[in-house]
Design a protein around this ligand. Structure first.
Ligand code: TYD
Ligand code: MG
Length: 452
């Protein structure tokens, strides 16, 4: 009998070694190697979506507009880049219990109402459990086929029979390909099952949603390779204690990335948040010290977000700095600029900066708001709530131009703000909305003289 060959695969990054190792040389993870039996399986090397075996000239390629259909959920369509693309492979990642199954069941229901056939495969829940959730969501499920199955061969057999337009696999970590000996959720299984799904999806034009759980460190369990294989990667995020959820596109072959969709988790499922800015502004209408509103761009739309700062005298030698929702290094830098340029004595003060609503802001346009919030808290001077500010702050205290100014101004006006401080160099050619006073500034001192 031929000797069984095996390989050792890092469950974190997919690195393959002939021997067991304590530490992965690729990703430096400890104790991540698992033995897997090597199979000589020609199926693994089958072409996935190749239709032509001869190269043709790029200019001769005819473009057919992608075939899309709506989920009837505006936020979901937006994140997908304008609806579900026929034959696309979409990975939906998120913490357990965040609402992935709920979202996809709602999508399934909406699509089936539009006369599409849906097959929902759950490797985690029984039919009863799915039915129980559907009842809670008020879904009758006339055209939704459900299946509680882990074996990929059985799933594929049923796909060939039912010929669904949309396939949902909940979750990739619970289904397995019987050709592979390793356990479900292992790197080889995840890779192979995704390969199977890709073949079905591209070959038969089935739009496929794959649910993937997220590990402690925030990446989708299984290899990174999974993210490379699919067309679109969506992350469903949010604090479990909070009812708000954010659906974020981190990769999209059919649309723009960094688009977000906002949802509220209610007793009867997820509902869309129609006015995202309301979510990130605190409810108080009083002027307070240490708080200011910034207009940021998320994907293709402007969202108003409140930034708060607290400066208090430090009890220890080295003062503390803490940032939630913005980069730590950014606040350290802005505090240094404030010390040097405005003369704020912050070196014996603790500094905390927080973005309301749990959103993360990475763009430079929030700098000016952070500077104002910190100064306002330090001096204990209230900031007028009718102000929205945005602009990048440079190391010499200058306020630099940012992008999408028009959208930010329009959103500010729409939400009833009447004053805006913006970079002066941005103002050329801008159409100032009626009822909005716009102040152009070229450095932070000018901004401070207006707001304080
Ligand atoms: P679920 O979709 O099962 O999460 P995931 O598939 O990401 O693990 O959602 C689970 C949570 O959502 C659970 O804690 C209960 C809550 N929930 C509601 O608040 N309202 C609802 O209508 C539903 C179906 C679930
Ligand atoms: Mg689930």
């Amino acid at each position: 009998m031929a000797k069984v060959k095996s390989k050792y695969v890092c469950q974190n990054c997919g690195y393959i070694a002939p021997k067991w190792m304590g530490k992965c040389p690729e990703c430096n993870e400890w104790n991540s190697f698992v033995e897997e039996i090597l199979e000589n399986n020609p199926q693994n090397f089958k072409n996935i979506n190749v239709k032509n075996d001869k190269p043709i000239k790029l200019s001769n390629v005819s473009i057919v507009k992608e075939d899309r259909f709506t989920t009837s959920i505006f936020e979901m369509d937006l994140v997908l880049g304008g609806g579900i693309v026929k034959g696309s492979l979409v990975l939906v990642g998120g913490d357990p219990g965040i609402g992935k199954s709920t979202l996809l069941l709602q999508v399934a229901s909406n699509v089936s109402n539009n006369r599409k056939t849906v097959l929902y495969v759950s490797g985690e829940e029984s039919m009863k459990q799915i039915k129980f959730r559907a009842d809670r969501l008020g879904i009758s499920g006339e055209d939704i086929y459900i299946m509680s199955e882990n074996n990929m061969d059985v799933v594929i057999k049923n796909i060939n029979e039912i010929k669904p337009d949309v396939l949902i696999i909940d979750s990739i970590q619970t289904v397995y390909d019987p050709k592979i000996s390793s356990s479900p959720g292992s790197v080889s299984q995840v890779r192979e099952v995704t390969n199977d799904l890709m073949r079905v999806s591209k070959g038969q034009g089935v739009a496929t949603f794959i649910v993937g759980h997220v590990t402690k460190n925030g990446s989708i369990a299984g290899p990174k390779v999974l993210e490379h294989m699919v067309d679109t990667v969506l992350y469903f995020e949010g604090e479990k204690s909070n009812i708000y959820r954010i659906l974020r596109a981190v990769k999209n072959r059919f649309g723009s990335t960094n688009e977000i969709g906002l949802f509220e988790m209610m007793g009867n499922g997820l509902t869309e948040v129609k006015n995202p800015s309301k979510l990130f502004l605190s409810n108080s209408h009083k002027n307070v010290a240490g708080s200011i509103t910034v207009a940021t761009i998320e994907g293709t739309r402007a969202v108003l977000v409140e930034i708060q700062a607290l400066i208090s005298s430090s009890n220890f030698g080295t003062p503390r700095r803490m940032a939630i929702g913005v980069d730590y290094n950014k606040i350290v830098m802005i505090m240094a600029v404030l010390e040097k340029k405005v003369g704020l004595m912050l070196n014996d003060q603790d500094g905390y900066v927080n973005v309301v609503g749990g959103i993360v802001l990475n763009e430079p346009a929030v700098d000016l708001a952070i500077a104002i919030a910190i100064t306002s808290s330090f001096r204990n001077v209230e900031v007028d709530r009718s102000f929205v500010v945005f602009g990048e702050v440079g190391l010499t205290g200058e306020v630099r131009a940012i992008n999408h100014i028009q959208q930010r101004l329009n959103e500010s006006r729409k939400l009833g703000f009447s004053n805006c401080i913006v970079p002066k160099s941005n103002l050329e050619g801008v159409d100032i909305p009626k009822g909005l006073n716009v102040y152009g500034v070229s450095n932070i001192e000018e901004a401070f003289s207006i707001i304080f």
